[in-house]
Write a protein that binds this ligand. Structure first.
Ligand SMILES: Cc1ncc(COP(=O)(O)O)c(C=O)c1O
Length: 406
């Protein structure tokens, strides 16, 4: 007998990131901060090991009226000013066939999409290296999960992407797949424009057999080193009627507003009727699961992105951290190359991942690293190093220390 239903009986959340972070904290308490490399947490820390909360975001937040902080949001779909601001943030002045629905972080948008697109028993497709909660979400909605192989010869494995999606189109007559780009978690890969063209051409072709939905998880988009990366979205205007892209946006990283829980599903399709139906379903899900989202941070995003001074302050502050991430990654990636440590293809972003395909070997290496006071996170096919949370002084020489444990 259980008070839980069949689906929920036995569910237990094991969060590898938080588990590893606790071990790192214990080591810091025991040996002192200087002796420990804590590369577990996917949040930005500065060179003094202090959590980064942007002055240019949280300063203006303090100026908001208390009523804005206390009141409900203006709409379940998201405050109109917020939706306009998100549209402009992603698409600029360009015309896009899009609907925007606010969500509690990017996580809310990813999970609502899985919930609304597939039927229980269907399979959602993720990259072979991917963010852990994709699995948790699929299970929560009684979906199965399969992966496309992410890399071949140092680049996006388009052949396996095509094979995997085609397989599920043949089985279930519909496909939902996740592409986490740019600044992929956990590898730091960003696909080239040409790789995206190949993907989109294929999606148009595949959609002749049935509906194709892609989650483009852009949680780290505002840390791309290419300032014109968002022009990429214009490619979505050329998609066939039977293709829908759900861009999952998040203020967690963009605004260092992880705890505020504000993001959005930005749904793009040239099929106007389906787009309207999708919006209605997403609003219904929102009301039934989390209701409304954080009013004050929606207003804050609109305020900062439309006020010239506030906007400039924010962009400058964020750019400082983009440069810092570049410097950190240059140190780590170059030293790994010198030590002949194999990493997954890296371009930019918060993370890099050591390639360790065998699970036993991966666990054993992680234990040896922990004994040397180096804390990483076990991910599919490797160990994730969070460059976002390790100062340069600790990254220098880290590759050599890792090599000694191999
Ligand atoms: C790949 C990826 N997607 C989505 C998210 C969503 O984060 P949040 O729900 O805080 O916006 C994260 C955060 O860690 C992430 O790493």
């Amino acid at each position: 007998m259980s008070f839980l239903n069949n689906h929920s009986d036995g569910k237990k959340m094991v969060d590898k990131v938080f588990k590893a972070a606790i071990k790192a904290k214990e080591a810091k308490d025991k040996f002192g901060d200087d002796e420990v490399v804590d590369a577990t947490l996917g949040t930005l820390f500065d060179e003094d090991g202090i959590f980064v909360a942007y002055d240019s975001v949280w300063g203006p937040y303090d100026q908001l009226d208390k009523v804005e902080k206390g009141r409900y949001a203006r709409s379940i779909q998201g405050n109109p000013l917020y939706r306009d601001a998100v549209y402009k943030w992603l698409f600029g002045e360009n015309e896009m066939p899009a609907e925007i629905i606010v969500s509690p972080g990017g996580a809310g948008a990813v999970s609502a999409t899985m919930h609304n697109v597939l039927n229980p028993g269907d399979t959602v497709i993720k990259p072979s290296q991917g963010w852990g909660p994709y699995k948790t979400m699929a299970n929560e909605f009684e979906l199965k999960l399969d992966s496309y192989n992410l890399f071949k010869d140092g680049a996006f494995d388009i052949a396996d992407f095509k094979d995997t999606l085609t397989k599920y189109m043949n089985i279930q007559g519909k496909v939902l797949a996740i592409i986490n780009d740019p600044c992929h978690n956990p590898t730091g890969y960003t696909m080239s424009s040409d790789e995206w063209d190949q993907v989109l051409d294929f999606l148009n072709e595949l959609s002749k057999q049935g509906p194709v939905v892609i989650i483009n998880d852009i949680a780290y988009v505002d840390y791309s080193t290419d300032p014109s990366w968002k022009d990429h979205f214009l490619k979505y205007r050329n998609l066939a009627e039977n293709v829908m892209i759900v861009i999952t946006f998040s203020l967690s990283k963009t605004f260092t507003a992880y705890g505020a829980r504000v993001g959005a599903s930005v749904v793009v399709s040239s099929n106007k009727e389906e787009l309207a139906k999708y919006k209605d379903a997403a609003i219904y899900s929102a009301r039934s699961i989390w209701s409304t989202c954080n009013n004050s941070v929606m207003e804050l995003f609109a305020k900062i992105t439309t006020d010239e001074t506030l906007y400039t302050n924010y962009i400058n502050e964020k750019q400082y951290y983009i440069e810092l991430l570049k410097e950190r990654s240059r140190i780590f990636i170059n030293e790994c190359a010198s030590e002949e440590i194999e990493l997954y293809p890296f371009k930019e972003g918060f993370f890099a991942t050591l390639k360790v395909v065998d699970d036993n070997e991966k666990e054993a290496l992680n234990l040896r690293l922990q004994k040397s006071n180096i804390f990483t996170v076990e991910v599919d096919g490797g160990l994730r190093v969070a460059l976002c949370s390790v100062p340069k002084r600790k990254l220098r020489g880290l590759a050599r220390k890792i090599k000694k444990c191999m």
